[in-house]
Design a protein around this ligand. Structure first.
Ligand code: TYM
Length: 335
């Protein structure tokens, strides 16, 4: 990612407020957001409109949106430096999503893996919002002329459709949207379940031992890593078929900055017990400052509301410019 003194890259990403983020969300996305925030022109948001593609309990959605916003500040994002907002506070997202629906083919949306997976999981509520989820995500990205989108590997397909939509619109009229690129970290892009390391670590996993939340206590974190599924070889090395150990090595690498060679050396001749304990300790140390900051600000609703209102105002200004431009090109009568 190249920044010149005159122009910083525009970076945008979002997270759904469907529960406390997992270590997967944190290592796959949030940690990169914080790292990118000082050198780039960044926007980060709570994707609450996306959350209602699955039925939500109103009071819980409200509370979790505020908590997720507080967490974004707690991971080290600075509202003076980056624009930090809640998606539904900026109506341009819904407006742009409608426009982009009309530039997206049914077949393209139907191919999305996430749509297929969620349709199976929520078979009683395969709503049109779930189907058009990627066009809302494209709207989020294209509204801000985004250059880079830091996400985990599971969002890559949604980024591809956002690029296709941008290129199609630009081709139909004239350059209107920046064509965004995904930014997927080398490690941490796919943190796997601790109980079934062939499956992605997910907030919605019914087995509480499968995922670590960023607000878990040190005790809970230690217990979950101690019961993580590994293999019978008892050698800490990165190799095909060692999904559990590979996953733990990825997590340890993200939290310590060590590469896989260095990790193999460190645990040469040691058992999985020592390794799991070290991984848990590195995660506990990584999350401690986030948890401390979160506990400091979560009770200060006035402060959080003020930050969110300012974020929404800044985002609305930027989004309004692109929305206007796109509507003009399409041919809307503007008064
Ligand atoms: P969401 O809320 O499911 O996840 C937020 C971010 O966490 C990443 N992630 C993971 N990374 C590594 N390992 C895992 N196990 C793991 N689980 C989740 C996700 O890739 C994501 O980066 N549709 C998006 C939210 C969204 C968005 C956007 C993102 C809405 N609009 C615009 C980017 C740009 C989502 O549901 O993420």
């Amino acid at each position: 990612m190249e920044n010149t003194p005159e122009k910083k890259s525009r970076v945008l990403s979002m997270i759904q407020p469907t529960s406390v983020p997992t270590l997967g969300n944190y290592l796959g996305a949030l940690k990169n957001w914080a790292a990118m925030s000082s050198d780039n022109d960044c926007l980060f948001a709570v994707a609450d409109l996306h959350a209602i593609t699955v039925r939500q309990e109103p009071a819980k959605l409200r509370r979790q949106s505020l908590e997720m916003y507080a967490l974004l500040l707690a991971i080290g994002l600075d509202p003076e430096e980056s624009v930090i907002f809640v998606q539904s506070h900026v109506p341009a997202h819904s407006q742009m999503a409608w426009l982009l629906n009309c530039y997206t083919q049914f077949g393209e949306a139907a191919r999305m893996t996430q749509f297929k997976e969620k349709s199976l999981k929520h078979a009683d509520n395969v709503n049109v919002g779930l189907f058009s989820y990627p066009t809302l995500m494209a709207a989020d990205i294209l509204l801000y002329q985004t250059d880079f989108v830091p996400v985990g590997a599971d969002q890559k397909q949604h980024l591809e459709i956002a690029r296709d939509i941008a290129e199609r619109f630009n081709g139909a009229y004239s350059p209107t949207f920046t064509v965004p690129e995904p930014y997927i970290g080398k490690t941490g892009a796919r943190v796997m379940s601790l109980q079934d390391p062939t499956k992605k670590m997910s907030k919605s996993d019914p087995n509480p031992k499968a995922s670590v939340s960023v607000l878990d206590t040190p005790d809970e974190i230690m217990k979950k890593f101690k019961s993580a599924v590994t293999d019978s070889e008892a050698v800490v090395r990165y190799a095909d078929g060692k999904d559990g150990i590979n996953n733990l090595m990825g997590i340890y690498s993200c939290c310590t900055g060590l590469d896989f060679d260095a990790i193999e050396k460190e645990f040469d001749g040691k058992g999985y017990g020592d390794f799991k304990k070290a991984v848990a300790e590195s995660v506990i140390a990584e999350l401690k400052p986030v948890q401390d900051r979160y506990n400091e600000i979560i009770g200060d609703k006035k402060f959080l509301e003020k930050c969110a209102a300012e974020g929404a105002q800044k985002a609305s200004y930027l989004a309004g410019k692109t929305l206007n431009k796109a509507m003009k090109k399409i041919g809307f009568w503007q008064i």
